[in-house]
Write a protein that binds this ligand. Structure first.
Ligand code: UD1
Length: 362
């Protein structure tokens, strides 16, 4: 019997960990698992709502660290996680993605001689101004097993001198969750509640510090949104960070832009899955829109997920207002893309492959 501690902390972790927990449960005789939530995200809408929508049992241990500067948050997670590792002495800890919780728990475990498996390893934006890029590079340097979603990720790790034996391409766990929840999401009723017609609205998400912490940039993006929303309503479930910046900078909502509270997984899937297009600075949504062939315009200068541009429906547009408005016009004049080329191994079975690999290496 091998013993694993699975770690989650922030919103984008939950949909990645859910299928792994389910796949381990199906091998309960061989693997014992414990779920630790660091508490990096703590609002009902940013955390508990996802446990419900993804049918995850509550965490076994909640470290309750909350928000803070990067140093404060990372340090608090490390201090709280270390005694948990001492007490349970797992064979592995499993971390996902690139949030502060991912790096903090990896650091603690690797110094205690516990093996670390990193899911979604190898993604690189090559932009060290992004906190997530620092988290990715450092986590991958010290993790013992690097479970990657796509060939570009393998190549990035090899280029950083990582031993090839540590790298296993397993596919995309986010897509496991997407495929598993798609049918249930049709019953969400969100389109009716918001009085939206399929294909006649856009969905926006925006929360990266590079976009929302800079008043001039956020104003520019909102002026572009105002132009677009005149002809295509935009639905915007707003991250708490963005809501507070909009208030702080006194930026008004343009007509046609519907600003809402953050949404649960099922409502949000039903929403963006039926949108004419998605505007986002999220990483995960670039992948999800690729899987369902919804046109996606990424409001960043780079992506750590180039496969979504090469094989999918994603375009990197940046934050210049003129470029954003032009890109939306282009999508609208092209007709809805019918192209659907899910990258290899984005097939709904990544989590099962992960459990196989772990058992094989234990
Ligand atoms: C974190 C991740 C980012 C991910 C994002 C998804 C890092 C470095 N960043 O960024 O990669 O894309 O989550 O949401 O780990 N807040 C609340 N309630 C919450 C959580 C946060 O109000 O439940 C507010 C707090 O004011 C907080 C701010 O949002 O200070 C930012 O939260 P934080 O966890 O520091 O980073 P995110 O921007 O959410």
């Amino acid at each position: 019997m091998i013993r694993i501690i699975n770690v989650v902390g922030a919103r984008p972790n939950f949909m990645k960990m859910a299928p792994i927990i389910a796949a381990i449960q199906r091998r309960a005789g061989e693997v014992h698992q414990l779920l630790v939530h660091t508490g990096q995200h703590y609002d009902e809408a940013m955390s508990q709502a996802f446990f419900r929508d993804l049918e995850m049992s509550p965490p076994d241990i909640d470290l309750g660290v909350g928000s803070g500067t990067h140093a404060e948050q990372t340090a608090r997670i490390m201090l709280a996680f270390e005694p948990v590792v001492h007490e349970h002495r797992p064979d592995w800890i499993m971390v996902v993605g690139d949030v502060n919780s991912t790096l903090a728990c990896t650091l603690v475990a690797s110094k205690l001689g516990i093996r670390v498996a990193h899911v979604e390893a190898g993604l690189r934006s090559f932009d060290r101004m992004m906190p997530e890029e620092i988290n990715r590079v450092l986590t991958d340097q010290i993790a013992d097993l690097l479970l990657t979603p796509s060939p570009d990720a393998d190549a990035n790790l090899i280029a950083e001198g990582i031993c090839p034996e540590k790298i296993v391409r397993v596919g995309n766990v986010m897509i496991d969750t997407l495929l598993r929840r798609l049918e249930l999401s049709q019953k969400s009723g969100i389109l009716e509640r918001l009085r939206l017609q399929r294909g006649e609205f856009a969905v926006l998400t925006l929360h990266r510090p590079a976009n929302v912490d800079d008043a001039a940039k956020l104003r520019g993006i909102f002026s572009a949104l105002g132009d677009i929303a005149g002809s295509l309503p935009i639905v915007f479930p707003a991250h708490p960070r963005t809501q507070s910046r909009l208030r702080e900078f006194g930026i008004e909502n343009p007509r046609g832009l519907m600003v809402l509270e953050p949404m649960g997984y099922l409502d949000f899937l039903q929403l963006w899955g039926n949108a004419r297009l998605v505007l986002t600075d999220s990483g995960g949504l670039q992948e999800e829109t690729t899987a369902l062939a919804v046109p996606c315009l990424t409001l960043r200068e780079n992506t750590e997920r180039p496969i979504t541009v090469e094989q999918g429906t994603n375009r990197i547009v940046g934050s210049d207002p003129v470029r954003i408005v032009d890109a939306v016009s282009e999508v609208l004049s092209n007709g809805r893309s019918a192209r659907r080329r899910a990258p290899e191994l984005w097939d709904g079975h990544a989590a099962e492959r992960i459990v196989e690999v772990l058992l094989g290496r234990s």
